[in-house]
Ligand binder design. Structure first.
Ligand SMILES: [Zn+2]
Length: 356
């Protein structure tokens, strides 16, 4: 293999590619058990696999080819924590976020939305944070609107989260912070047909159950979960035709303001797990390996990337490209993946898909 001088962060690109190629090509899947954890390999990727947009696997165990980036700054959004490089998603996810950002402004949500993590350039497990967000179909939205004065990149690193809950009080939404607009914005996010679930803290779900007077048909999509008190999480269903995408079970019928919600207000979900005094110490959990992911993910990992970030930034609603070339990443040079080819390259869609 030709020597490549470009480096990815501090790690030479070649290392990641050669390691993967060796594992997949020569040793078969069994040997992958001893390999580098998938989160290190996917976490080291700075650009997507250049291919038709294609999620593989499930939200918490998969990867994505052909992801595109949301511009760091748009007319009605800003992406936060840029250093994490998690602005990547399925083009339909990015299109949805851009559409949602406009709708949120219409609802009175400041000058737009602040976008947290979407996915890594090739999805996959992450070195820090979430278990999900692996296939470009999950996105976190801050419960804080974008201020009129755009935030600098540094402010976007440093700005603390604001919890919507009362500190030191059990599952209680802070009335001084939570407004009707918050409720409208969350319900709006749930209302798009391509959105399957919205995750919020149980206290926020209860607040919606108790106060929402509009159409309740989409409330069922809003699901209570741990955390999610300073941001909410939008999960899209598998896009049509994405045969590698493993769908999640459908949301049960009803508004979800039932005993499944009441359970969160019992002790059970918050109790420390019971310890069996006679139990052997649990073995250290084994880090997820590339071989644990769908087969296509090792190809996604090895696939050629675009020349730079600009080529794969979604520009349908405008928005600024990164302010300097310094934030455009160097492309991985050609490493010919052996054995299989990804589908032909499809350009970034020029406009958001119709038929919402
Ligand atoms: Zn999330």
């Amino acid at each position: 293999m030709q020597t490549m001088k470009k480096t990815w962060g501090t790690r030479p690109i070649t290392t990641a590619l050669m390691l993967t190629a060796a594992f997949v090509g020569a040793t078969g899947e069994g040997a992958l058990a001893e390999g580098r954890p998938a989160k290190e390999l996917f976490g080291g990727m700075t650009l997507p696999a250049k291919a038709a947009p294609s999620p593989y696997g499930s939200y918490a165990k998969g990867c994505i080819a052909g992801a595109v980036a949301i511009p760091t700054d748009g007319p009605t959004w800003q992406a936060m924590r840029l250093s994490r490089n998690r602005r990547w998603g399925h083009p339909q996810m990015i299109a949805l976020l851009e559409r949602f950002s406009k709708d949120a402004v219409q609802l009175g949500w400041g000058s737009g939305i602040l976008i947290g993590d979407i996915s890594q350039p090739r999805g996959g497990p992450m070195l820090s944070g979430h278990a999900s967000h692996q296939i470009g179909l999950d996105a976190d939205i801050w419960f804080t609107p974008k201020p009129a004065q755009p935030l600098s990149p540094q402010q976007r690193e440093d700005m603390p989260f604001t919890s919507m809950l009362v500190k030191d009080k059990f599952l209680t939404v802070d009335k001084r912070l939570w407004t009707d607009t918050h409720a409208r914005v969350v319900v709006q996010a749930a209302s798009y047909p391509q959105v399957e679930r919205i995750f919020v803290n149980p206290a926020i779900k209860k607040k919606l159950c108790d106060t929402w007077t509009g159409d309740r048909s989409v409330l069922g999509k809003i699901r209570p979960i741990y955390g999610h008190d300073a941001h909410f999480h939008i999960r899209m269903r598998c896009p049509e035709g994405a045969s590698g995408c493993k769908p999640q079970a459908a949301v049960p019928p009803g508004d979800g303001c039932d005993k499944s919600l009441a359970w969160w207000f019992t002790k059970e979900p918050w109790a420390a797990p019971k310890k069996d005094p006679n139990a052997k110490p649990a073995p250290k959990p084994r880090a997820m390996q590339v071989s644990d992911l769908p087969k296509a993910c090792s190809t996604v990992l090895q696939a050629r990337g675009p020349a730079n970030e600009y080529e794969v930034t979604y520009q349908a609603s405008g928005g600024a490209l990164p302010s300097s070339a310094a934030s455009a990443f160097a492309a991985p040079m050609a490493s010919s993946p052996q054995g299989f080819e990804l589908p032909a390259v499809v350009p970034v869609p020029p406009a958001r898909p119709s038929g919402w």
